[in-house]
Design a binder for this molecule. Structure first.
Ligand code: CAA
Length: 397
């Protein structure tokens, strides 16, 4: 009989990130579209966007992010792989099954996909926690992988992006523990959605921002009621980041005006550190909250073990959730400090090249096959489609 440990702590043991090899500078986009660059740099707080070519999708991004954190031992211990996404490549086969194969994870594992817009990864983390509670030796790989595409010359265009955050969930985690304090809210609304026949979403832009902020306020009020706390209990708040300016409005909305200036300054400093990566990557939908968390951890110099971080997750449609984590002793040893330098190695695209990449489609022949090229710079790539089957491979360097 399996013995369930009492007082078990469960949380994030490892965290990593992968994005595409191409970047679009928003200064260039603004000039081409004839808009004031400050509208993007100050109005949205964005600087650059990662752009994914045809050979890079949520599977390759997830495999790259997972590969960046896993050891061979982890691959033998993982018994669940969850890909959270709203940019799936197949209506039936889960991206997690492709990733399971690409990473060489031991066969006796559950692999599946989970979806609720940008909220999916938060649901995946909760499910992973419940699984480890029931099966304490298990490790779960959660991959928050998305490609945000709004369309050329749309209001959402400057808020696109591509990337995956990989998180390994286990007992006795080395980075942070979950505090078991989740409060979720569901509203049946149409603020942002993508029907099966459309490659880009339909968006009620202003309405979506109002819903994001109102869901934040009401979920936060309920959280405070249930857990009798205030923002004073947290060193930082990380937000879903469709674009950082909206999250800044969120912080201001829940910040108690009566707080001492010193506390407000700490929360603002940590907020600024949490948006550094998103400002250079753009929106990665369900991964963007966790990219914010990663950015905070890797760019803040004043966080310490025992600090609590609040997280606000929002997925259009809409489901939101407020919950918190606590840093553990030695968390900083699990982080990577050269990520900004890696982002700066991406190849800059002209706006014309970005548009070409945006509209590129696999040219399938009569048998449903196509050969891809130009993926040499990727870690994993979609290399061909054969009889309608997507074929992925690790790229040998
Ligand atoms: N200098 C500085 N700031 C300027 C400026 C200038 N020259 N010109 C405009 N601005 C400011 C505006 O004042 C505005 O700031 P405030 O919001 O503080 O007023 C900001 O730039 C944006 O300008 P607009 O209000 O004119 O809006 P826009 O046409 O750029 O569209 C948007 C904004 C509707 C959010 C659009 O980007 C969009 O549709 N995005 C996609 C939807 C989205 O991200 N929604 C978020 C909630 S939904 C969600 O969270 C899920 C998800 O990930 C999609």
């Amino acid at each position: 009989m399996i013995k369930i440990e009492v007082n078990m702590t469960i949380g994030i043991d490892k965290i990593g990130f992968a994005t595409s090899q191409y970047v679009l500078k928003l200064q260039d986009l603004a000039e081409t579209r004839g808009i004031d660059p400050e509208k993007l740099s100050k109005g949205l707080l964005l600087k650059e966007l990662s752009i994914a070519p045809l050979t890079e999708d949520i599977v390759t991004l997830a495999a790259s992010a997972g590969n960046s954190i896993l050891t061979e031992e982890d691959k033998q211990e993982i018994d669940m792989v969850i890909v959270a996404t709203e940019s799936g490549v197949d209506q039936s086969k889960a991206a997690a099954v492709f990733v399971h194969g690409l990473l060489g994870i031991q066969p006796f594992a559950r692999s599946f996909e989970i979806k609720e817009a940008c909220y999916g990864a938060t649901a995946a983390l909760h499910y992973a926690k419940l699984h480890v509670e029931n099966s304490p030796k298990s490790k779960v790989l959660v991959l928050a992988s998305d490609i945000a595409r709004y369309g050329v010359e749309t209001p959402g265009e400057p808020t696109q992006g591509a990337g995956c955050v990989a998180m390994l969930i286990s007992q006795n985690p080395r980075i942070m523990v979950f505090n078991n304090d989740n409060v979720a809210q569901t509203r049946d609304i149409m603020d942002f959605w993508r029907p099966n026949y459309s490659t880009t979403p339909f968006v009620n832009g202003v309405y979506s921002t109002q819903q994001y902020l109102d869901s934040l306020k009401t979920t936060w009020v309920e959280y405070q009621k249930r857990y009798e706390c205030s923002l004073d209990d947290f060193e930082a708040v990380c937000f879903h980041l469709p674009y950082p300016k909206l999250a800044l409005k969120g912080l201001k909305k829940i910040l108690d005006k009566s707080f001492p200036q010193e506390k407000k300054d700490v929360l603002q400093k940590h907020f600024d550190e949490s948006i550094i990566y998103s400002q250079k990557v753009g929106n990665i939908y369900t991964g963007s909250l966790f990219l914010g968390l990663l950015s905070l951890l890797e760019n803040a110099d004043s966080l310490k073990a025992g600090d609590k971080i609040a997280l606000y997750s929002y997925g259009s449609g809409a489901v939101s959730e407020f919950f918190s984590v606590e840093l553990v002793e030695g968390f900083e040893k699990q982080l990577q400090k050269n990520r900004l330098a890696l982002l700066d190695r991406r190849q800059a695209l002209s706006v014309a090249d970005y548009e070409r990449m945006f509209f590129e489609e696999a040219k399938l022949d009569e048998s449903g096959s196509a050969t891809m090229s130009g993926y040499e710079g990727q870690d994993f790539a979609l290399i061909e489609i054969v009889d309608h089957q997507r074929r992925y491979s690790k790229v040998e360097k």
